[in-house]
Design a protein around this ligand. Structure first.
Ligand SMILES: [Zn+2]
Length: 53
């Protein structure tokens, strides 16, 4: 079983409109840099870069 201490829930915010559209879990031990993922934003109605906030 993985250590819970290393799992962190983060919000992903659209870089265009700034709304928080997604939540994801990340492993602090494996990824130290900030996340930036391309996801569909329902508010912009297109794929935008979503950044960890
Ligand atoms: Zn957006």
């Amino acid at each position: 079983m993985a250590k819970k201490d290393n799992i962190q829930v983060v919000a992903l915010a659209c870089s265009d409109c700034g709304r928080h559209n997604y939540h994801t879990r990340r492993n602090k031990a494996n990824s130290r840099s900030k996340l930036a993922l391309r996801r569909h934003c329902r508010w912009c109605d297109k794929h935008t870069v979503h950044k960890e906030s």
